[in-house]
Design a protein around this ligand. Structure first.
Ligand SMILES: Cc1ncc(COP(=O)(O)O)c(C=O)c1O
Length: 502
């Protein structure tokens, strides 16, 4: 047993490192770097209270459990040159000129020192004006915190309001960062599948609330489904939050990227629930500013104050010339946003039409964001299909990266140019044709193998006429005997044997 880590304090670590440094070569230096040579020492000389001792019991164990997820693997995989990037979350467009110029002007004016902690006054004022204009809600600069994109905003919100063991409800599928951050903090993401139409199943959310639930996280428009939630479903969630004293947090990263005729309902327009609403926003997608790392949180000032306290520790103040660029984006002409939206509209329409022609692919009609979410009819996991497409030169994201409900789904991005969409979808059609043929040929072999190599049973005179219905919507069969059907189902454990409905 080791002593109380808190009691050891930094001094314990320092003493240890001094000893390590001496033992490793007599450099006699007490810097932290000396710890790196600890493995070469006699084990009895390893510092009793060094980081190696703490690590297994420290918060970093949560980090370890999230370090190798599908999202992380996707980002660390080296993409071969020439791969068609239908996996991208990066807008195709450059940052509009007037926004770049505002940053340049701020640089020229020497705005290169620490910004005020919660945000540059110009920036905070621009955010308040925007919220007033778009959600009809009055907020003051005290209610706003400038952040490093939505990413650090999500981290700040979860850190401020979730203790280890607390639960956060996330809709499934959704942007995977929410679950990842919750797990890193030792909190529990509770995934609630959407309804069949990919909208919010409010009753399922209600059933998932427990005494440990602290907040409900919504991403509207949703990444990856591209669905934009209606006012009634948001209102129902807000009602539930009021009943159970929860916070309702919305990440509206894609609110301005809408397909023709689609309307986005801002969270902050649910005025009567103001006390429990937190908006997370980013400039990354709307203004093609992914690399600038700028976003903000809006919340009632008592919550915003807490968020500022946390965010300051995560990231410090946000670069002033970047905030000036953000203020120019919000206050300047929104024509650039409309142009990008129209272009995404065309590309989304093109990708949707091409996807309808891919055998075995059933695209969800996109409403917002720049992703096409597709269900597929193949008896392969989403990550296997993703890998086959990768091998054929098209990078896409598997639905399961966004939650268990993403089984049998893929996400394609149309934030790329039209030739890339056309080439990518043509390759996809080929891969799907090939996979359907191969799997159809293999199926009898799989079934035979399932019979343990015995001679196939003789067909009875009367057909049982059963099918295996798979959760991804695919149907196997019909089979002539119950045994055949049961064997097929054994190979597809999540399938159900039911009378053929063909
Ligand atoms: C829904 C959603 N929220 C937040 C982010 C991250 O945004 P940022 O670049 O501002 O950190 C993304 C990025 O893909 C996203 O899809």
């Amino acid at each position: 047993m080791h002593g109380d880590p808190a009691a050891a304090g930094p001094r314990g670590g320092e003493e240890g490192s001094r000893r390590s440094g001496g033992g490793a070569g007599g450099r006699g230096c007490s810097s932290r770097h000396d710890l790196r040579v600890a493995p070469r020492l006699d084990p009895s000389d390893v510092p009793r209270y060094g980081w190696r001792t703490f690590m297994p019991r420290h918060i970093s164990r949560y980090v370890q459990t999230t370090a190798g997820g599908e999202r992380t693997r996707h980002f660390t995989a080296r993409q071969p040159p020439g791969i068609l990037k239908l996996d991208s979350g990066d807008p195709y467009f450059p940052t509009p000129r007037h926004i770049r110029e505002a940053a340049q002007d701020a640089l020229d004016a020497g705005l290169t020192r620490y910004a005020p902690g919660q945000g540059d006054p110009e920036f905070l004022a621009a955010v308040c004006e925007t919220v007033e204009r778009e959600a009809g809600a009055h907020y003051s600069p005290d209610d706003v915190v400038a952040t490093n994109g939505a990413t650090s905003a999500i981290y700040a919100v979860f850190t401020a309001f979730l203790d280890p063991g607390d639960e956060v409800i996330v809709l499934d599928p959704t942007f995977s960062l929410y679950a990842l951050v919750a797990r890193q903090l030792g909190a529990v993401p509770v995934a609630v599948p959407h309804g069949g139409d990919y909208h919010i199943d409010v009753e399922a959310v209600r059933a998932a609330v427990t005494p440990r639930t602290r907040l409900i996280m919504v991403n509207n428009p949703n990444n990856p489904t591209g669905v934009v939630y209606r006012r009634d479903e948001l209102q129902a969630l807000a009602n539930l939050c009021a009943e159970r004293d929860l916070l309702l947090v919305a990440d509206e990263a894609y609110e301005k990227i809408l397909q023709p005729g689609c309307v986005h309902v801002p969270l902050l327009s649910l005025h009567e629930y103001r006390d429990r609403l937190i908006l997370i926003h980013t400039f990354s997608k709307t203004y093609a500013m992914t690399g600038w790392r700028l976003g903000y949180v809006v919340a009632p000032s008592d919550l915003a104050g807490l968020l500022f306290g946390v965010h300051r520790a995560i990231a410090g103040p946000i670069t002033t010339f970047v905030q000036r660029a953000g203020a120019a984006a919000l206050r300047g002409s929104q024509d650039c946003v409309a142009e990008m939206r129209d272009e995404y509209g065309r590309r989304g329409g093109l990708m949707h039409r091409l996807a309808l022609d891919v055998p075995g692919l059933r695209p969800v009609e996109p409403q917002g964001g720049f992703y096409l979410y597709c269900r597929y009819d193949l008896a392969l996991s989403a990550s296997e299909v993703r890998q086959r497409l990768w091998d054929a030169g098209v990078a896409v994201r598997s639905g399961t990266e966004f939650g268990a409900a993403g089984k049998g789904h893929l996400r394609f991005s149309y934030s790329v140019d039209e030739p890339t969409i056309e080439k990518g979808m043509a390759i996809m059609a080929e891969v799907f044709r090939h996979l359907s043929r191969t799997l159809a040929l293999l199926l009898p072999l799989v079934l035979l193998a399932g019979c343990g190599g015995e001679e196939a049973p003789k067909k009875p005179a009367v057909s049982a006429n059963l099918c295996v219905y798979l959760p991804n919507g695919m149907t196997l069969g019909p089979y002539d005997t119950q045994k055949e059907c049961a064997t097929a189902r054994e190979n597809m454990p999540r399938g159900e044997c039911k009378p053929c409905q063909k």
